[in-house]
Design a protein around this ligand. Structure first.
Ligand SMILES: Cc1cc2nc3c(=O)[nH]c(=O)nc-3n(C[C@@H](O)[C@H](O)[C@H](O)COP(=O)(O)OP(=O)(O)OC[C@H]3O[C@@H](n4cnc5c(N)ncnc54)[C@H](O)[C@@H]3O)c2cc1C
Length: 289
């Protein structure tokens, strides 16, 4: 199928993009990498009358160090972020998770902001933003606002974004050098969306966990912070950590559903297993699940 007719604009600045979105009164859609949007247009599941292409806006691209964190422009290509030295050094969990987003070909076009804004519950980037405590910068003709990733996701493909709003940056707070990365996902094939996955970061000081940020994907309608597991780990010495008990606590925070790929029960069972294994291996605990 071919898309329904639409006008195409390619603004060169954020202000112009926001103005176009506002003037369209809900009839415009942003296109970034197009990896999700193009099929939706072709199937006519999305029928905007204006397509706002943000790829000509230089201010929306690139990675920079800002006070207290690392900022990623939303139009940064996934393939470029994968090769970025700043991200490799400061956000290894982000880079690990990004390596599981789609395929080489889709990452060459797909953007970080597109993944974050889409709000697919089984996607890696939204859960990574939640786990690492990212803040999402948003602009419109009405001004700017910043929303914690935790509060950004409302449901499957549903976020707090209004139709006239543009994500202009994603800021990940600093995690200290040498922090540990947690990542596991189960998918039917490499490059597929995960059936279930978890991502996070841990800081160890003197054999005790002093900071933890962990989130699930594919385990509910939104990315889900593993709050009970984080609480169980914080302040706990390595030799007191029972990976299976922490994994059970982590699963208690989830709300998986049945779909044609897997049952909720499967997701709970496999989720607990991958969580316990990731934890045991990352912390080098002998009682691996
Ligand atoms: C074969 C295949 C496999 C894939 N596998 C995975 C996978 O395993 N994991 C995964 O996470 N993804 C996967 N994807 C999707 C991934 O490739 C996309 O990059 C991502 O979902 C959307 O990013 P995009 O830049 O292409 O956004 P687009 O398709 O251009 O846009 C997606 C949505 O985000 C909105 N949007 C984009 N940028 C902004 C912005 N700055 N502000 C506000 N709204 C914005 C758009 O309006 C649209 O609604 C896969 C895609 C394909 C084709």
């Amino acid at each position: 199928m071919k898309p329904a007719p639409f006008d195409y604009v390619r603004p060169s600045g954020i202000e112009e993009a926001c103005r176009t979105l506002a003037e369209a009164g809900g009839g415009a859609t942003i296109i970034a990498g197009g990896q999700t949007l193009m099929p939706l247009l072709n199937l006519r599941m999305s029928q905007p009358f204006i397509l706002v292409d943000i790829n000509g806006i230089a201010d929306l691209k690139g990675v920079s160090q800002v006070e207290g964190g690392t900022r990623i422009g939303p139009a940064t290509r996934q393939a470029d972020a994968l090769k970025d030295a700043t991200l490799a050094r400061h956000l290894p969990a982000f880079v690990t998770a990004l390596g599981h987003v789609g395929h080489y070909q889709t990452r060459n076009r797909g953007t970080i902001g597109g993944s974050v804004a889409l709000g697919e519950p089984a996607a890696e980037m939204p859960a990574t933003a939640v786990a690492l405590g990212a803040r999402i910068e948003i602009a419109s003709v009405r001004g700017t606002r910043t929303v914690a990733a935790d509060a950004f996701y409302l449901g499957p493909y549903m976020t707090v974004l209004e139709t006239d709003e543009l994500v202009t940056g994603i800021v990940y707070p600093d995690w200290p050098d040498g922090h540990l990365v947690l990542f596991r996902e189960v998918a039917q094939r490499p490059g597929d969306f995960a059936l279930v996955g978890m991502v996070g970061a841990l800081v160890l000081e003197g054999g005790t966990v002093t900071r933890a940020g962990i989130a699930w994907f594919g385990m509910g309608a939104t990315p889900i912070r593993a709050r009970q597991a984080e609480a169980a780990l914080l302040g706990t010495a390595l030799d007191r950590i029972d990976p299976q008990a922490v994994a059970r606590a982590a699963v208690a925070d989830t709300a998986p559903f049945d779909d044609h790929h897997a049952s909720a029960e499967y997701r709970r069972t496999i989720g607990a297993r991958i969580f316990a294994r990731a934890l045991a291996e990352t912390l080098d605990l002998r009682s691996a699940a």
